[in-house]
Design a binder for this molecule. Sequence first.
Ligand code: UDX
Ligand code: ADP
Length: 505
Amino acid sequence: MLVDDHSSPSDQEKNTTTDQEEQPQQPLVIKKIACIGAGYVGGPTMSVIATKCHDIQVIIYDMNQQRIDAWNSAELPIFEPGLEEIVMERRGKNLHFTTDYQQVVDSDVIFLSVNTPTKYYGVGKGRAADLKYVESCARQLRDTIKSGRKIIVEKSTVPTRTSIAVKRILESGESKARFDILSNPEFLAEGTAISDLQNPDRVLIGGEDEESIRALSSVYERWVPKERVITTNLWSSELSKLVANCMLAQRISSMNAISALCEKTGADIQQVSFAVGKDTRIGSKFLQASVGFGGSCFQKDILNLVYLADHYNLPEVAKYFYGIIEINNFQRERFAKKVIHKLFNTVSGKKICVLGFAFKKDTSDTRETSSIFVCKSLLEERAKIHIYDPKVTKKQIMYDMKSIMNDCYDGDFSAKMESSRESELVESNIFVSTDPYEAMSDAHAILVLTEWDEFKQYDYKRVFEGMKKPAYLFDGRNILNRKDLETIGFDVYQIGKQESHMADW
Ligand code: UDX
Ligand code: ADP
């Protein structure tokens, strides 16, 4: 229950029943926070709140028992630098992972941190966010919380005006409870989630009820300087999250588009990026050309914005932002085509080593990773693909590849995947190694698709000796030392750089 810091229990009771207008403006104190959804966002966010606020009980609830068991075990379900240490330190003290819904009901603040994937069916297919998980959370809250006062916080990225839907559902039943809805979008990036949470550029809280905004701000202000906690109305908060991700992705797509031009003209994308980024109005971050951006947010959020613009009959706006995705797809296809072309226009039966399957370094997450799309193109050409990633499991890689090959990457059609021709193709042509040298041995080409630091440390002389000749290396992240590799004897291709052998083959 939300309690007034300085009031007696009887006053507190009154606070929950009398009209809010008459309430004295005293700070509310949050004693228990719950989060629905123990994923990449909910897990790290709540763990950091627990380390920063020892007096608050933090509950992470998920309907997926296996996921909760993993959070309670020695092997956490997600890899994120620094996460394990803080979970081990606070778990069982003020950090609890559970499938017991009553813990949610008893909390003062309830974060919604469930998945909001792009719809793969019906109206808005391929663009709109599927809000079924958010909606089902709202219905469950409405049906289980009968009285008292709760702050409901939207943490998952949602399309603008989702909070109206949540509010309507919460207010539609018999419940006598008071629900205040806040939008508090997450800006953490995977791989750096813990430091992003501990030292955020800003915390954004959107809402209508001043008291609830103040209560949530006071939690963050335990470790975030007050001036970095920004408050806005609900719609601005929801929209800002989408716009922030679009702007970041737009920078990458701009550089990826220019990388194609660099390869034709002889300009060097890293030199261009450095020169451009030195302008303080532009800044140097997110100007790294790559094989294409991945992750659960960028594409989904751009599509959300595109859908919203279309919905409000603004096709020019929709088209403008959709271009970011088109360049991303172009970059992935361009990379795969380059590999096929360089390998004498055929990769059929050839061993190709893929280094990196996660969508970026320091995460085990593979959602929307460019590796899936590059591997698909090569598999369609019947390459034998040997994949090594330091953190992604074989099970995940095989599942992702079967989904994409069966055309059900966006949906859950596991049954279809069981015994299809495409799944057999994956089984007989995709191999997952736990040893990078084994994956590279006897290969025609190495493709670096994720920027893991360890890829820079390998003994490439040894690798070269064990490979088929000519030995190709396609660096989709521009992380390796090209001169050194060429001295060893590799044919090297990097994004946005002139090729060493300009003539065909
Ligand atoms: C992103 C936002 O950064 C974060 O604020 C938001 O909360 C969630 O979405 P995330 O997707 O976890 O975070 O990772 P991010 O670091 O943004 O990287 C996204 C993709 O862009 C990765 O595939 C990365 O490799 C790629 N990238 C990033 C580039 O290709 N070039 C760059 O310069 C930067
Ligand atoms: P994100 O990257 O946004 O954190 P994830 O897919 O990693 O997304 O995590 C979302 C979690 O939300 C999943 O573990 C899923 O089981 C959980 N979830 C979805 N809907 C509900 C619900 N109605 N109640 C409880 N948990 C839910």
